[in-house]
Design a protein around this ligand. Structure first.
Ligand SMILES: *Cc1c(COP(=O)(O)O)cnc(C)c1O
Length: 373
C-alpha cells in the first residue's frame, strides 16, 4: 500500500516554481519570490547577512522580541545599529522613523516587524514605507505574523526584502518560508563580499543558480511535504479569498478585544489603541495578583485545544496571548477562549460577566468584518 506522506513522486522544479508564483500573487508582487527550505528565521537571518556589513548603518525598529533579534544579527554582521525601541503596548509611528532618519542621514537599511504575534501590536508599514522610500534606505520587513491577517504589499510599500511564513494566519506549515527580493536588494547582496555564498543561509545561491537559471534546477532536494502543505494552504486561501481570510482575522481580534472589555475581572487588552492591535493575535494584560501563565494553565485545563498561551520570557507573568489565527480565526475559538478565561478568573475569586462578554464579542465580530472591508 502506498503511504500518503512517504511514497510521493519527486517534487519537480516546475511545481516548485509554480508554488513560488502563487505566493507572489498572494503578495501582489512582481519581485522575485524565493521559497526557503526552513522556518522563517532562515530568510530573516539570510536576508540580513546578505545585505548588511561593516559599511551599513541600520535603523532597527524594536516593537517586540523579533526586533531585538534582528539588531543582534545586524551587529554581528558589523553594521552600525541605531535601535528605535517603543513600548510593546504601542506601535511605532512614521514620524518617529522620519525623525530618526533626519537625525542619522547615513542610515541605509531599515528593519521593521509588521505585526508581532508575541506582543500583539502592528505597525503602519504603508506610512513608514513612504518615509523610507523618500530617504532611500533598503527596507527589510518581517511580515510572518501579518500575512493572511492584514494586507502585505511589498511593491506598493517599497519593501525590498519581505519575509513571510505560513504557520500563522495562513494556517500552513512552519517548515518553509518565503522572501520577496527587489532588484536593488539583489544588487546590494551581489556587492557585499560578506554575503553568505555556497551556504544554506545564502539568498545569492538561489539568485544565481535558481532565479537566473530560469528556475530549471533546484539547488538541493526540496522539503517536499512542507512544499505540498504550502501549496495546499495557498490553495485554501485562494478558495476562501484573501480578503475574506483577512476579514476573519480582523473580526477575531475585534471580538476578542470587545469580549475582554465586557468580561471584566481586571483583564485588559495589552495594546492600548485598537488601531495598533494586530489582527493576527490579541494580547491581554492580567491584573496584579493574577499570574498570566497560571491563569492560562487553568483555562487550558478546561479545553486544551484553545489557542491560548502566556507571553514569552519575562512577559509570562502579565501577558496572555489569544492566538486567534489560521484555523482559529473563528467565532468558536473566540467564544471558547473568553469562556475558559472567564471561568479561570472566577476560580481565582474575580467577578466576571461572561454572558456580557459573549454578547459583546458576537456584535464586534460583525462590525470587525465590516470594518476590514
Ligand atoms: C511567529 C513569528 C516568526 C516566526 O517564529 P516562530 O516562533 O518560529 O513561529 C517570525 N517573526 C514574527 C514577527 C513572528 O510573529
Amino acid at each position: 500500500m502506498t503511504h500518503p506522506f512517504l511514497d510521493l513522486a519527486p517534487l519537480t522544479a516546475a511545481r516548485f516554481a509554480s508554488i513560488e508564483d502563487r505566493v507572489a500573487r498572494l503578495l501582489s508582487t512582481r519581485q522575485d519570490v524565493v521559497i526557503m527550505q526552513g522556518e522563517a528565521l532562515l530568510p530573516l537571518e539570510g536576508a540580513i547577512r546578505a545585505t548588511a556589513g561593516p559599511g551599513t548603518t541600520a535603523l532597527n525598529v524594536i516593537t517586540g522580541p523579533y526586533g531585538q533579534t534582528f539588531g543582534d544579527w545586524l551587529r554581528d554582521c558589523g553594521a552600525t545599529v541605531i535601535d528605535l525601541a517603543v513600548p510593546f503596548h504601542t506601535a511605532v509611528g512614521a514620524e518617529q522613523i522620519r525623525d530618526a532618519l533626519a537625525e542619522h542621514p547615513e542610515i541605509d537599511f531599515v528593519s521593521l516587524v509588521h505585526a508581532e504575534a508575541a506582543t500583539g501590536n502592528t505597525n503602519p508599514v504603508a506610512e513608514i514605507g513612504e518615509v523610507v522610500k523618500e530617504h532611500g534606505a533598503l527596507f527589510y520587513l518581517d511580515a510572518v505574523a501579518s500575512v493572511g491577517a492584514e494586507p502585505v504589499l511589498p511593491d506598493v510599500w517599497g519593501v525590498d526584502l519581505c519575509v513571510i511564513g505560513a504557520q500563522k494566519a495562513m494556517g500552513g506549515p512552519a517548515g518553509v518560508s518565503a522572501v520577496s527580493v527587489s532588484e536593488r536588494a539583489w544588487t546590494r547582496m551581489a556587492a557585499n563580499p560578506r554575503a553568505p555564498r555556497r551556504s544554506y543561509l545564502s539568498l545569492l545561491d538561489w539568485k544565481e543558480r535558481w532565479v537566473d537559471g530560469g528556475r530549471k534546477a533546484l539547488l538541493h532536494a526540496p522539503a517536499q511535504l512542507e512544499m505540498l502543505a504550502l501549496e495546499a494552504c495557498v490553495e485554501r486561501i485562494e478558495a476562501e479569498g484573501l480578503e475574506n481570510a483577512m476579514a476573519r482575522h480582523a473580526s477575531a481580534a475585534a471580538a476578542t478585544r470587545a469580549g475582554v472589555a465586557a468580561l471584566g475581572g481586571g483583564v485588559e487588552p495589552y495594546v492600548h489603541e485598537a488601531a495598533q492591535a494586530a489582527p493576527v493575535a490579541t494580547t491581554l494584560r492580567t491584573p496584579s495578583g493574577v499570574v498570566a501563565s497560571e491563569l492560562v494553565a487553568r483555562a487550558l485545563a478546561k479545553d486544551p485545544a484553545l489557542p491560548l498561551a502566556a507571553g514569552g520570557g519575562a512577559l509570562a507573568g502579565e501577558m496572555i496571548r489569544v492566538n486567534h489565527y489560521g484555523a482559529d480565526a473563528t467565532p468558536g475559538a473566540v467564544r471558547g477562549s473568553l469562556t475558559a478565561l472567564g471561568g479561570a478568573l472566577a476560580e481565582q475569586g474575580r467577578t466576571v460577566d461572561l454572558a456580557g462578554a459573549l454578547r459583546a464579542a458576537e456584535q464586534a465580530w460583525d462590525q470587525g468584518a465590516a470594518g476590514a472591508r
